[in-house]
Design a protein around this ligand. Structure first.
Ligand code: SF4
Length: 417
């Protein structure tokens, strides 16, 4: 109950040395009566939140919100920093939309740049984690303020600022957040979730949207939840409102999708030249497409070049490592869209094993056999019988696919004969 000024006076007097000595010899925590609701694998991520760490945790919370919004919307950093409270109202139905501002191309009637920006006529689509991040920020800043208002987010030093937290400050905050998250992962016994150091230097603010586009274009094999999330994001940010605009993330998406296709074509071209066999109903179409592989290697530098490749239906090859195949996409034959209707791109996460767009190489067959070996080992004596039977049945299906490949495989020389 002592007034702050009185404490301040005590700290300024020579008693301070005694106080420091007392603190050093009596270290202790100061847990706050705030419930810990966040969980990792069902357990609270922390026993209690300590008063002494509250300011730095708030700083990391603001950074986490910035990362979530930059990464999962595809917005430019300056657009994220220009958002205000109320930018993402709860809709009566359908998707949440974010009404942002654009700055780069904002000009007045005389052609002068408007530094305050102008309302973007195409809103951004927000998926749930982004909406949650905005709701957290709306509790941190005042009503009507910028979501990343500099003064409100300076939890540690409590200085006064005009405008949002600056780019240079974000660079430092993101590095601090990565270090903190890595420390937490280690403390929780999850060293595989630490953030590895980056040979290209600090993460910065610009990389998130490009990384999003890269992931959407390539869908990491094996991470099913992520693949579904990225598939959903592609639909969300490419469909509806957002598709009316070709700017921003759409160009990045085109470039990364075209690069992924060019990589697949080039790899297939090299494999076939080395005598690798190919099978499946779409094998001959794949051989034809791969013959164009060298033309596109390293040439996708602009959105225009990307669209030239993507608009050529005979080159539409998509690697699908999760299903151990390649999809030589032909809209008319696609089985993944039977219910969803015709689409310009395949839904790799809904791939159907009887589709006429499937092709496999010797590499896919080898991966199928290797996985079947692993499953058969797991189906051994230690596994309960029903689960063992399921694993055995899956191994047999995979082996049958590999055998089918070997029965119907063609090499480049055989196909051209
Ligand atoms: S079902 Fe599979 S192979 Fe067929 S179009 Fe869809 S993703 Fe491609």
């Amino acid at each position: 109950g002592a007034p702050t000024k009185q404490i301040d006076n005590v700290l300024r007097t020579k008693k301070i040395r005694a106080l420091k000595q007392y603190l050093d010899s009596n270290p202790g925590s100061c847990p706050m009566s705030v419930p810990v609701t966040g969980r990792v694998e069902g357990k609270p991520w922390k026993q209690a939140l300590d008063f002494t760490e509250a300011a730095s945790l708030m700083r990391h919370l603001g950074t986490a919100a910035f990362i979530v919004m930059s990464y999962l919307t595809g917005m430019r950093p300056q657009e994220v920093l220009g958002l205000r409270t109320g930018c993402c109202p709860d809709p009566d139905s359908g998707q949440h939309l974010i009404n942002g501002h654009i700055y780069k191309t904002a000009t007045d009637e005389n052609g002068n740049h408007r530094s305050e920006g102008e309302l973007r006529d195409v809103p951004w689509v927000a998926i749930t984690p982004v909406v949650n991040a905005i709701r957290v920020l709306e509790r941190i800043v005042d009503d009507g303020a910028l979501l990343f208002d500099g003064t409100s987010h300076d939890f540690i030093n409590r200085r006064k600022f005009t405008g949002s937290v600056t780019f240079s400050a974000w660079r430092e905050r993101i590095e601090d957040f990565a270090a903190w998250a890595s420390g937490l992962a280690t403390d929780l016994g999850r060293p595989h979730e630490t953030v590895p150091s980056d040979p290209h230097g600090a993460i910065g603010t610009e990389r998130f949207r490009r990384t999003l586009a890269w992931h959407i274009a390539r869908r990491p094999g094996g991470l099913v939840a992520l693949a579904i999330q990225y598939g959903h994001l592609r639909t969300a940010i490419s469909g509806g409102y957002a598709s009316r605009s070709r700017d921003g993330i759409h160009d990045l998406l085109d470039i990364e999708t075209a690069r992924a296709t060019a990589d697949t074509l080039a790899t297939l071209h090299d494999d076939l030249a080395e005598g690798v066999g190919i099978s499946g109903p779409a094998a001959r179409r794949a051989i034809h497409a791969a013959s164009h592989g060298p033309t596109f290697a390293g040439t996708i530098l602009s959105a225009r070049a990307a669209r030239d490749l993507l608009e050529n239906p005979s080159l539409a090859i998509h690697d699908n490592p999760k299903a151990y195949l390649m999809c030589v996409y032909n809209q008319e034959k696609a089985l993944c869209h039977r219910l969803a209707g015709q689409q310009k791109a395949p839904s790799l996460d809904r791939c159907q094993p009887t589709c006429a767009n499937i092709t496999r190489t010797d590499h896919h067959a080898a991966q199928l056999t290797a996985l079947a070996d692993v499953l058969e080992k797991q189906a051994g004596a230690l596994t309960p019988a029903p689960m063992g039977k399921r694993l055995q049945a899956r191994a047999e299906r995979l082996r049958a696919l590999a055998e089918n490949h070997h029965r119907g495989r063609l090499t480049l020389a055989e196909a051209s004969a």
